[in-house]
Design a protein around this ligand. Structure first.
Ligand SMILES: Nc1ncnc2c1ncn2[C@@H]1O[C@H](COP(=O)(O)OP(=O)(O)OP(=O)(O)O)[C@@H](O)[C@H]1O
Ligand SMILES: [Mg+2]
Length: 347
């Protein structure tokens, strides 16, 4: 989506609400290799109420991630959250020339977007032909230009060339298709517990069939730690990750939070079963920073009786020399989007 001809190697740059995540993936024959990766926190002021607002501060974090990773690649792929994109399937006559097709699609798009057409970026893909052979089915995607421009500006300010901007849900689907081959024939739920959002995406035979998101995430646990133990934001974040907190933390703060995570999943599953004809799930993959909360995988597996794993986007990849095994950390569960974006270089 929103793409030019991508070069062979692309940095996947995921700008989330708390950090910039970078992955450089390469392909040799059929094998994938993670050349390098890095995570750099966003400085204060880069976001406001969970949304990205300041390109200059985001650029600072991108530069930091590039330096940390020691990559030499300058071309990159970015993503916009699915919640900032309107996707719509439409049907158009298949005998139009390019100019008429573009004009018709712009006209059709105006029906689906609550903004002036000049304030959006629009792209489309022909995804099939109708049974009568006279029409194309087209997937139309539209996002406000400012959502895209802010991200592109930040990457360019950091010295990178943006080769494409895709949608997070497409990226995840791509990752499932290429790297998560061990799960191809399963009905899979990828549950991404982030800092401010929890997103669930269901895949059947690696095709995305349903997704939902809800404003719930690790920063709620951070603010409870701040209030309860009188810490500032940085102290609370660090203490949460190191576990260096008073004894009462686990039973009185962490366990109730884990129960809320599990309850949220229960609501997602109810919605999924009600909206589809499915009646079971083969496996849950936990992603995002909150997947690192000790024991959350076991708790979910027990509560729902569904096999649960922490997602590993590098499952079928070898590791490059720039990755020091000593510093190879468990937080790769937060790299699903960055990895999927880097895969776009291999289209
Ligand atoms: N070891 C850990 N234990 C508990 N929580 C952790 C750990 N590591 C990271 N987190 C929390 O995970 C969250 C960040 O996760 P992630 O990187 O997936 O978020 P994000 O992608 O920036 O957020 P969002 O998807 O909501 O935009 C933060 O709240 C952070 O405190
Ligand atoms: Mg995230």
């Amino acid at each position: 989506m929103f793409s030019f001809m991508p070069p062979k190697v692309l940095l996947g740059i995921d700008i989330s609400s708390t950090a910039v995540k970078l992955v450089e993936l390469r392909k040799k024959g059929k094998a994938y290799k993670v050349e390098t990766y890095a995570i750099a926190p966003l400085p204060e002021g880069a976001t406001s109420e969970g949304s990205l607002v300041n390109a200059r501060l985001i650029a600072k974090a991108i530069k930091h991630a590039v330096k940390k990773s020691r990559t030499r690649i300058k071309h990159c792929a970015l993503a916009v959250p699915s919640s900032l994109v309107v996707s719509q399937k439409i049907r158009v006559p298949n005998d139009l020339d390019q100019y008429d097709l573009d004009s018709l699609i712009r006209l059709e798009a105006e029906q689906y977007i609550p903004y002036p057409i000049d304030a959006v970026q629009l792209d489309y893909n022909i995804i099939g032909t109708s049974k009568d052979g006279k029409h194309f089915d087209v997937l139309l995607v539209v996002s406000r230009s400012e959502n895209i421009n802010l991200r592109v500006d930040a990457a360019e300010l950091a010295g990178l060339n943006v080769k494409l901007v895709d949608i997070e849900s497409h990226i995840l689907e791509k990752l499932m298709n290429h790297l998560m081959v061990n799960h191809h024939n399963e009905l899979l739920a990828v549950l991404d517990y982030g800092a401010v959002m929890t997103k669930i995406t269901f895949f059947k035979n690696s095709q995305l069939i349903f997704s939902q998101e809800y404003a719930f995430g690790g920063e709620q646990l951070t603010s409870e730690i701040m209030q309860r133990f009188g810490l500032n934001l940085d102290e609370a974040r660090q203490a949460k990750q190191s576990g260096n907190l008073p004894e009462s933390y686990i039973p009185e703060v962490l366990e109730p939070f884990k129960q809320r995570m599990s309850k949220q999943l229960g609501r997602f599953l109810q919605l999924f079963y009600a909206a589809t004809h499915e009646n079971h799930i083969d496996r849950i993959l936990l992603a995002g920073g909150c997947a690192l909360i000790p024991g959350i995988d076991e708790q979910i597996q027990t509560d729902f009786d569904i096999p649960t794993l922490i997602a590993n986007p590098f499952l079928n990849c070898s590791l490059g020399k720039k990755i020091d095994p000593q510093y190879f950390t468990s937080d790769i569960s937060t790299l699903l989007h960055a990895t999927g974006l880097s895969l776009r270089g291999m289209d």
